[in-house]
Unconditional design. Sequence first.
Length: 143
Amino acid sequence: MARSSSRSFVMEFVIFGFVAGFLAVPVFHQLAQLGLYVTIPGRNFPWNMRPNALGVPALINLAFWGGVWGIVFALIQTRFPRGVLYFVLALLFGAILPTAFGWYVLAPWRGQPVPAFSIYGPIINGAWGLGTGIIYSLLNRIR
């Protein structure tokens, strides 16, 4: 019995984390992208549905990876304090970890140079992190 309950506990982290991270992309991440689009010339319009090399719409691909990062968030957020600091740390999680991964792991893996520091990634990913924290908290309250 204990094994079953621990398995469901882990699955809850995985499912809630994935759903929170996935949903945070089209809402929070892309709203931040929209804010940059309307204030800074040359930024990409959000909610891009053009297919990538695999034929998957860009927004769906981005949301999938947001879900994967949401699982990481769900596992780490157990150490966050509750209250306002929870959401501050959720924002910082998004601003730092996925951005650094994109710059220092994905870019070189794709044969691209490591980008010079830009504030855009931390802003957009920070909004995603905050959104993931909000959605994850709401899912836990509903449960």
